[in-house]
Design a binder for this molecule. Sequence first.
Ligand code: TA6
Length: 293
Amino acid sequence: MRPDLTLPAGVQLAYGGGLPSLLIHTQHSFAQLYAHGAHVSSWMPHPHEMILWMSDQSVYALDKPLRGGVPLIFPWFGPRADHPEAPSHGFARVHSWELQEVETADDITLRFRLASNPETSALWPHRFEAQFSVTVGVALTMQLQVTNTDASAWSFEAALHTYFAVGDVRQVQVTGLENTRYLDKTDAMREKTQHGPISITSETDRVYLDTKATCTLHDPVLKRRIIVEKSGSDSTVVWNPWIEKAAKMPDFGDDEWSQMLCIETANVGDSAITLEAQQSHSMSARIAVEAAL
Ligand code: TA6
């Protein structure tokens, strides 16, 4: 946190579970965020239950990402090509971001910053500045802005790797990606086309291509629809590990797979972003919830 920053009403520092966090209370909702990874771990708009899913097995340590909420993926997605030693999904989610500003109105907006430093440069030899802003209110809005502060162009991938809480993943549907091409990571990255709404009947790991679409997660068990609008993003990733994969992850409870689904606002693969020197790019997601009785 910036040393001269004072926290306004509605924002409290909390200690517990291994890492300091910020508890955000507005008239419309509650959220919890960590400076570690600028990680939103919880969001609950009244009168709904928690919208984001967190594993009961998540680790809360500076060298590990939290399991659940909204991991910030930057500057690469997945394993880094030709760098098996590099952390999966980049370093942003395991770095401490500095809380720069808190703005309170009806909603509360928090702005975090991460800039290149010797640690990041050892992993990725480019100078950058990343700003992540979160607005907590009736909706949850998140924006990742990346600036190339270097002297030459470079490319990056990014994702808001959002874990949504669901009543039973086998009963949900996702609409908005009909007729969209995707790479199926469970089938040797074969390119396929989405026919009809997405249902989850086995391990699902798909990168939907060239899409700016709003997605809706229909949850008949929790009787709600979660709407994910986005801008500055041309990829959407949909992921559920299912039974076997979940059992193999130490920070993921064996029976938790049916309680979550990731719908990730992203720019990955062919949608990676190239920035010229001093150029910036913003990607944002707006999450809203409707009762669906
Ligand atoms: O976004 C889906 C994915 O790339 C899956 O392949 C799976 O690896 C998931 O991310 C979680 O990755 P993590 O490194 O957080 O365990």
